[in-house]
Design a protein around this ligand. Structure first.
Ligand SMILES: Cc1ncc(COP(=O)(O)O)c(C=O)c1O
Length: 420
């Protein structure tokens, strides 16, 4: 009875082929009993999260605090990928054809996870590719205005700059500073640039530099109809704060699967609402029959199909924990990092702390050391891996814990910062 109840909460697992479900490692299967017993969503239940950690191959001699850079796949994902990479060395072209079926399953499972129809999602290699398809693919002419964020990711920021140079579009920048006080400040920063000539807007849902969450749905819901293209960069928010990307109300959404979902490297997703597929040019030309079909965005040449079983395994694992539980845990870890840092003299935190804006990505700096000195000292002295950021006044050291990060890891970081 309890088991049936559990499976009801995991409809996606049922749609994943048995071969990949039964391959779910014993560590991951061990979670099932625990998840069953946990009706409450307790982000502070360290015992449960230490079992989650067992599902990963985490080295004991170093601590990764740059999970927003590249996500760590769990053992189930890396095993599925490695196994498939081996199988692919025998009769690669035949196996590649067989893997098309798995790819179709990936589509179905991703469609369910994102609550998007299968005919509106295309698989690609990363969020950059997904968003470049949208940015270079929508029809814009000289003089059309586009509102973008000052803190958009560089690949995306410069893709728009290239379009500005080539096509004479006019870019307007929403600038809400490194540490906005509340969601209204951010919404205003975008909406104040909307004029009669605005044709497109692009919003980064979770900003990589300082971890600021943007009220994307709220902004999109206030746009007048002539702002036809509403592009969302959900590279950092997918599988961290949101799964249902179709709920943004966007025309196009770009997603990384290799960050918070923990899929193999080089996996991403492009969502295009059905009303926009025909008018969006693919980056790589496709056959004319495909004009109105989402598949035209997947004509990228030969890809590495060993990633597909890994994607299925990553989704199964993500669903097993559930977005709700994962988001709460990540937020709890982010808060704990801030608590630890607050007690360290000479450290200033730059990430927003408003409840609706904060996330598990935290930016800070040291009064007497440069960001790169903090970065290299943490690694040299303690083998703690962090990253640094500098972009239009948002500068500092960024940390981003993952669900396998323990409270002890964070305490070690706190201690290392005190000893700097
Ligand atoms: C906000 C944001 N957008 C886009 C990207 C690019 O993602 P990908 O590496 O999947 O192309 C990143 C990567 O860190 C990011 O943080």
């Amino acid at each position: 009875m309890q088991r049936r109840h559990f499976l009801n909460r995991l409809p996606l697992l049922a749609s994943i082929p048995l071969v990949y479900r039964s391959g779910i490692s014993k560590e991951v299967n061990a979670l099932e009993g625990i998840v069953d017993r946990m009706d409450h969503l307790d982000p502070e239940d360290e015992e449960y999260w230490l079992i989650v950690r067992e599902a990963y191959d985490i080295p004991t001699d170093r601590i990764d605090f740059n999970n927003a850079g590249i996500g760590t796949p769990c053992l189930q994902v890396s095993n599925a990928f490695i196994e498939e990479s081996k199988t692919l060395t025998q009769l690669p072209s035949k196996r590649n054809n067989q893997l098309r079926k798995i790819m179709l399953t990936c589509h179905e499972v991703l469609a369910e996870l994102t609550q998007s129809p299968t005919n509106q999602i295309a698989m690609c290699r990363n969020a950059t590719e997904a968003l470049a398809t949208a940015i270079f693919g929508i029809p814009l002419k000289a003089g059309d205005e586009v509102v973008v964020g000052r803190y958009d990711y560089p690949n995306i920021f410069y893709a728009w700059k290239q379009r500005e140079k080539r096509d004479g579009i006019i870019l307007k920048y929403a600038d809400f500073g490194p540490s906005p006080k509340n969601p209204e400040v951010i919404a205003k920063a975008y909406l104040k640039h909307i004029t009669k000539r605005t044709r497109a807007i692009q919003i980064t849902d979770l900003i990589n530099y300082n971890g600021c969450r943007v009220p994307t749905r709220d902004i999109i819901s206030q746009l007048p109809p002539h702002v036809r293209y509403r592009i969302v960069d959900a590279a950092q928010s997918f599988a961290n704060t949101i799964d249902h990307i179709s709920e943004f109300g966007a025309s196009h959404v770009g997603v990384s699967l290799h960050k918070w979902l923990g899929s193999p490297l080089g996996t991403g997703l492009l969502y295009v609402h059905e009303d926009f597929i025909r008018e969006t040019w693919p980056l790589y030309a496709s056959i004319p029959d495909n004009d109105g079909m989402i598949g035209k965005f997947e004509h990228l040449g030969t890809l590495n199909p060993a990633v597909y079983p890994g994607i299925l395994a990553a989704i199964a694992f993500h669903q097993k924990i559930s977005l709700k539980r994962k988001s709460k845990r990540l937020m709890h870890l982010g808060d704990y990092c801030v608590d630890q840092m607050k007690s360290v003299p000479n450290i200033s935190i730059h990430s927003p702390r408003h409840n609706q804006l904060k996330s598990n990505l935290i930016l800070f700096s040291h009064k007497h050391l440069t960001d790169s000195e903090v970065h290299s000292k943490l690694w040299k002295d303690q083998h703690i891996h962090v990253t640094t950021s500098e972009w239009f006044g948002v500068a500092g050291v960024r940390i981003s814990p993952n669900i396998f990060t323990s409270m002890r890891d964070i305490e070690s970081l706190g201690l290392a910062l005190k000893n700097l």
